[in-house]
Design a binder for this molecule. Structure first.
Ligand SMILES: NC(=O)c1ccc[n+]([C@@H]2O[C@H](COP(=O)([O-])OP(=O)(O)OC[C@H]3O[C@@H](n4cnc5c(N)ncnc54)[C@H](OP(=O)(O)O)[C@@H]3O)[C@@H](O)[C@H]2O)c1
Length: 284
């Protein structure tokens, strides 16, 4: 799996085919979508339009919560492949665990294991799993998830999840990697609202002649994280992959590590369930 990819959450259906074509031309080889982003069809269209060989691009999609359970999971997987126009997927992820109906999450995981064994997907994994969820899933199944994709950026750097994943051979992939999703310090006009505005990061960026986003993406990569920034803007798409000509010092990395807070941008996996995110996918 490429370490750096393009996320397409909130890329509209109208934008997404162009965004994907632009990203592939800029050098991206990993596209991260989900059934719940309602743009899988356009991701497939963008890949085909780019002219790239199917084997040279890594496609991730995700199973939505309302499709947990044995039969629904298989149907959802088939529908995602159909919408993408692919006959095989690279990575299939459980989008959220549902602690309140955990047995359904486990049932879905066991179906993902079957899909892997059948060769319909090259790797399977999860998103938003706390260490104890991951431990329960590993105990229930026979395949260790390849990836745990979690919210991770300088303002929320997951000090418990990262080492747990690493100890179990699970790749940590960062969502909202440049801090998309939430305005921090909303009540304090003088304080940074996003990691990209924080003086520690703007200072490092200035020193390297790079943008804040490039510094933050570099911070993920130097931590050994996979990172999937979203942009629908051609210039920022190019900017976000132009991160391989500089290296942060250990002190820079430590200074950015020190910006971590206890505040998530997104939901806590312990309490998120399908009632909170009331999206349903039409898989017929
Ligand atoms: N598994 C999950 O539960 C989950 C949850 C959320 C996200 N994700 C995945 O992770 C991906 C990334 O997360 P995200 O989209 O929430 O947040 P993000 O990538 O941290 O931030 C995206 C935001 O930053 C802006 N941006 C992009 N490049 C920029 C740059 N160089 N300078 C300044 N602003 C820039 C984008 O605007 P423009 O588009 O205008 O450039 C957009 O508003 C998603 O697309 C999705 O694939 C997964």
């Amino acid at each position: 799996m490429p370490a750096l990819g393009l996320g397409v959450f909130q890329s509209t259906a109208e934008q997404t085919a162009d965004v994907v074509t632009t990203a592939i031309a800029a050098g991206y080889r990993l596209i991260d979508t989900a059934a719940a982003y309602f743009n899988e069809e356009q991701v497939g269209e963008g890949i085909r339009r780019s002219g790239i060989d199917r084997e040279d691009v890594f496609v991730t999609t995700k199973l939505w919560m309302t499709d947990h359970g044995r039969d629904r999971t298989r149907k959802a997987f088939d529908a995602s492949l159909r919408r993408l126009g692919l006959d095989r997927l690279d990575l299939y992820l459980i989008h959220w665990p549902e602690p309140a109906s955990w047995s359904q999450t486990v049932e879905s995981w066991l179906v993902l294991e079957e899909l892997l064994a059948e060769g319909r997907v090259r790797a399977i994994g999860v998103c938003n799993h706390h260490p104890h969820h991951l431990r329960d899933l590993i105990d229930a199944g026979s395949v260790v998830p390849a990836v745990n994709q979690v919210e991770l950026h300088p303002f929320f750097n997951q000090p418990r999840v990262r080492p747990f994943n690493a100890a179990h051979g699970v790749i940590t992939q960062s969502w909202a990697p440049i801090g998309g999703g939430r305005v921090y310090n909303a009540g304090r006009p003088d304080a940074p609202h996003s990691p990209l505005e924080h003086p520690t990061i703007t200072g490092v960026a200035e020193r390297f002649g790079k943008s804040s986003a490039q510094v933050v993406i570099r911070w993920h990569l130097q931590h050994g994280l996979s990172v999937i920034p979203k942009s629908a803007d051609p210039q920022r798409i190019a900017e976000n992959i132009d991160v391989f000509d500089f290296e942060l010092s250990a002190d820079d990395v430590a200074a950015i590590d020190a910006l971590g807070t206890a505040n998530r941008a997104g939901g806590d996996p312990e309490v998120v369930d399908r009632r909170l995110h009331s999206v349903t996918i039409d898989n017929d």
